[in-house]
Each structure stands twice: as structure tokens, then as C-alpha cells.
Design a protein around this ligand. Structure first.
Ligand SMILES: [Fe+2]
Length: 172
């Protein structure tokens, strides 16, 4: 079998016909990886975001936030710092658990933090994270290297109250 990858051909000799398969589910995923098998690096001090990176593609990366130990330095602060992405829009899908740095997020919510928009733990969440030893959160993040445009359907699902969760004294 000849396989072309970029501009090169490679030759594979198989001991069976390449079409000799039991079935094909019709999907064209280049790769399947169960998020339950992802193990991020943990450390005494806060690890940089790439420890969550699972896939690296031409125009985006996929990161997995999975159950893990928090920073275990005695003075460690598990919550991430506030930041704004310089070159990527950030989409997060919250699948399971409690997302410790965010208020106003429920299971199956999707957030979009466009590049240049400062974001991070809402007021009180940094302090509340101190002393916590682990998280059971499960979320998938896609950072795109080009700006995303919202569809009409996405704008109809927007939770307008989300942006006000960064205001002090919102009762939560
Ligand atoms: Fe972010």
C-alpha cells in the first residue's frame, strides 16, 4: 500500500487486504483519544496551560481539563491567574464536575473568551481555591488561532448574566 503524507510516498506491506475490515462507522476522525486516559502534569506550583494540551492542529489546539491534584506547595494557589489571550479565541465546554475558577457555569455550558479579553477567576474564587487539594472537573478547551464568529443560534443561547459574574458582590 502506498501512503502519501505531504509530498512523500511511503510503502507499507500488509499481511491482509486493506479493505478487509469488519465495519466502518462512517466517521473520518483522524484520531480517537478517550479523555479519561489523559493525565496532565501536576506540580507544587501552578503549571502553565500547555500541561492540558492534548492535540495541536494547524489552526487550533485542544486542551483537556481532567480530575487531577491541585498545586501542592503549602502556599500554592490552585486557581489560575487572570489573563488575556494574545492570539487565540478560547472556547470551553464544561462536561462534568465543578469548574473551580468559574462562577455562573453549569454542566454542558460553553464559554467563549475572545482574544484580548481579560478573564480568570471571578471575585472570591481565588481565595476559595486555597487549601483545595484536587478537582473532579472535566472540560474541553479549544483555542483557535483565528477569530471565531458567533452563529445566530449561538447568540440565542447566550447567558447574558455570565459577564456580570466578575462584578463584586453579585450575591454568589
Ligand atoms: Fe483563558
Amino acid at each position: 500500500m502506498r501512503v502519501k503524507v505531504r509530498d512523500r510516498l511511503s510503502r507499507h506491506v500488509l499481511d491482509h487486504h486493506p479493505f478487509d475490515v469488519i465495519g466502518w462507522d462512517g466517521y473520518l476522525y483522524p484520531w480517537i483519544f478517550n479523555i479519561e486516559d489523559f493525565e496532565p502534569i501536576t506540580g507544587r506550583l501552578h503549571m502553565p496551560p500547555p500541561i492540558h494540551q492534548t492535540f495541536d492542529a494547524h489552526n487550533f489546539v485542544v486542551c483537556s481539563f481532567v480530575p487531577r491534584l491541585f498545586d501542592y506547595h503549602p502556599e500554592g494557589i490552585p486557581a489560575p491567574y487572570n489573563h488575556s489571550n494574545i492570539q487565540s479565541d478560547e472556547v470551553l465546554y464544561y462536561a462534568e464536575g465543578n469548574f473551580m475558577s468559574r462562577k455562573g457555569i453549569d454542566r454542558s455550558d460553553i464559554s467563549l473568551h475572545p482574544f484580548g479579553l481579560p478573564h480568570g477567576p471571578q471575585p472570591g474564587m481565588t481565595e476559595a481555591s486555597i487549601g483545595k487539594s484536587e478537582t473532579q472537573e472535566l472540560a474541553v478547551m479549544v483555542d483557535t488561532f483565528h477569530p471565531l464568529n458567533l452563529t445566530k443560534q449561538a447568540t440565542e443561547m447566550e447567558k447574558p448574566e455570565y459577564m456580570s459574574t466578575w462584578l463584586e458582590g453579585d450575591g454568589e
